[in-house]
Design a protein around this ligand. Sequence first.
Ligand code: DAH
Length: 335
Amino acid sequence: MAGFVDEIEPLKAAALAELQAAADVSALEQARTLFLGSNGRFTALMKRLGSLPKEERPAAGKAVNAAKAALEAALEARRGDLEGRAAQPREALDFTMPGRRRALGRQHPLTQTTEDIVRSFRKLGFVVADGPEVEDDYHCFDALNTPPDHPARDTQDTFYLGVPARSLLRTHTSSVQIRVMEKQPPPVRILVPGRVYRRDNADATHNPTFHQVEGLYVDRDVTVGDLKGTVEFVFRELMGSETQIRFRPHYFSYTEPSFEIDFSSPLTRRMGKQWLEIAGCGLVHPQVFENVGYDPEVWTGWAFGFGIERIAMIRYGISDIRLFYENDTRFLRQF
Ligand code: DAH
């Protein structure tokens, strides 16, 4: 009997310590199971009561029942504490306090520039058109008169996807010229802002993805004069009324003749340059019209394309293209 009774107090003390240490209701439940559950340590002690000699049982039973009652009382008290604590409100609310102001977002500088470009062209009757960023080599190159051995098709420059067959990430928005002309008969007056991809390493002036705007105008008797007048109008709207433009002869496979457009303004002089190259353009090549089923004897047209990042960098005096993609709010807040 002495052995049995001697075990009661240490076990009770251990159980009490465990109950007291439980930090929440579920820890308390674990502690209860450990001692008072059907396989619990205290329950095991009680089960041994039956194997004691008959004359020892009453006293031992009394002692063990008293300990069990004490443990159950401690368990309930602790449960009350824990549940009471959980139910208490964390802190009083002062409903008269002014609310926290939400920071207002604003448009990304590239979005602002794109919208300004679109707004100017809308004044001239252009509508926005769209095409897929995952293109095929036909729409990105062949239909634009760019043959398979042309350097623009080099795997160094183009992200080829391979699946589906002949697919790639478009390297310019010029592919949308083809998509639109395939779908609708002339005349055409479209503007295509969109994302393009090239296998460039990112540095201050390059990024593997950037944005372009493409323009296409198809009608009867369209001239380089129309092209020049349009470009001048839009660039004066975008870059200020003092802006001058000039055309330099160039080569693109989908236009003939082709030009590069330079412009000059207080903005270029701020960058230490009299003239800055800004866009490519030209009169649509007759072969391109053939490829989409337009009769080149009847229809004439011009097209141009330029980079939106480049326009935004010049407008806002930004020296590193990567700033556009980092989403650092200290940068974005300024626009
Ligand atoms: N696609 C050319 C580029 O990515 C830009 C361009 C040049 C577009 C001449 C045109 C064009 O429509 O006629 O550099």
